[in-house]
Write a protein that binds this ligand. Structure first.
Ligand code: DAH
Length: 342
């Protein structure tokens, strides 16, 4: 009996050492420690021994029992800790409040502009941020030695084209998507193309290396400067209120002819002159014009049959003016004290 008990003890100890999870442990408890277990049978038989043996064996059995229950409870707490680690958590504390984010102010204005143009039947298109020199400059009628193409002037990328030239550039404006859209959809075509652009700027409060633009085009038979003016007037009223006026003055861009800027009456002083509009009463918001026939041709469109207008503006500048933000670098700063204000 003594031998049987000691053998059983060894068996139980080695089985306990192998326990992996609470299910495992429960099965072992059932097998070795329940009323119907072999161990319990041995304990029960002690009462039938003679007094001397009862004393000797009883003491041994008791020691074995204590030892086994001790290691059982050690294993139990080990498994519990593993399965429900407590750490320093106080379960009575209220849970953390889930914090909801919101759209970036540039995204908010972009959404407004997209819905305005969608309601006028414009498509909203996307283009690659890494562009070829061809789409970013050549197809848009930039002269071969235009300074904007200088390696040091913007972010050219270390990838050679099939003619062994460094040809890839982080797009400097959204205008290349004009050509992509013309090639893909042909005429007639109305689309806006919002997106991120990059320039090698020595950044300051008004210049950032990464910024957003919205490009727009409308191409069809007999599309004229009057259509351009009509659409831009609507945009101004939507952005700055119904009394907003548009002023257009000639400006050179290689991809339009004639080219123009677009200025709106200052929303802050209603045209009287203030700090925001540098006392002119006008805010220069965009560039625009009639698409150059060469550009239409590069987009695969017959410039004898079709004409079109194009415009482009910086989204960052719109948001800065709307909220009186004085440093463009705040947009990409990730500073929640700034972002939470919108
Ligand atoms: N791409 C020009 C820029 O980044 C903006 C622009 C001017 C776009 C005139 C146009 C346009 O479509 O017609 O400065």
């Amino acid at each position: 009996m003594k031998e049987k008990l000691l053998k059983l003890k060894e068996e139980i100890i080695s089985k306990l050492a192998e326990v992996k999870d609470s299910k495992n442990l429960k099965d072992l408890e059932e097998k070795y420690f329940s009323r119907k277990s072999e161990f319990n049978d041995i304990l029960k038989n002690i009462k039938d021994l003679n007094d001397d043996l009862k004393k000797e064996f009883g003491q041994l059995a008791n020691n074995v029992k204590l030892e086994l229950f001790k290691s059982l409870s050690e294993i139990k707490s080990k498994i519990e800790n593993k399965e429900n680690p407590k750490g320093d958590v106080d379960p009575t504390l209220p849970a953390d409040k889930a914090e909801f984010g919101h759209l970036h102010p540039i995204t908010q204005i972009r959404n407004e502009i997209e819905s305005l143009f969608s309601s006028m039947g414009f498509m909203v298109l996307d283009g690659p941020e890494l562009e070829s020199d061809y789409y970013n400059f050549t197809a848009l009628n930039f002269a071969p030695h235009h300074p904007a193409r200088e390696m040091q002037d913007t972010f050219f990328v270390d990838i050679k084209n099939k003619d062994n030239q460094y040809d890839m550039v982080m797009r400097t404006h959204t205008s290349p998507v004009q050509i992509r859209a013309m090639k893909k959809y042909g005429a007639p075509l109305s689309a806006i193309m919002p997106g991120r652009c990059f320039r090698n700027e020595a950044t300051d409060a008004r210049h950032e290396h990464t910024f957003y633009q919205v490009e727009g085009i409308m191409i069809g038979e007999n599309i004229s400067f009057a259509h351009l003016k009509g659409v831009l007037e609507l945009v101004g009223k939507k952005l700055y209120g119904k009394n907003t006026k548009l002023r257009m003055r000639p400006k050179y861009y290689p991809f339009v002819e004639p080219g123009s800027n677009g200025e709106y009456t200052c929303f802050l002083c209603a045209g009287k002159g203030c700090r925001v509009c540098k006392h002119t009463g006008w805010l220069e918001i965009l560039g625009c014009g009639m698409i150059h026939p060469e550009v239409l041709k590069n987009g695969g469109i017959d410039s004898e049959k079709y004409s079109g207008f194009a415009f482009g503006f910086g989204l960052d500048r719109l948001v800065m003016l709307k909220y009186n933000i004085d440093d463009t670098r705040l947009f990409n700063s990730g500073d929640l004290r700034f972002l939470k204000q919108f």
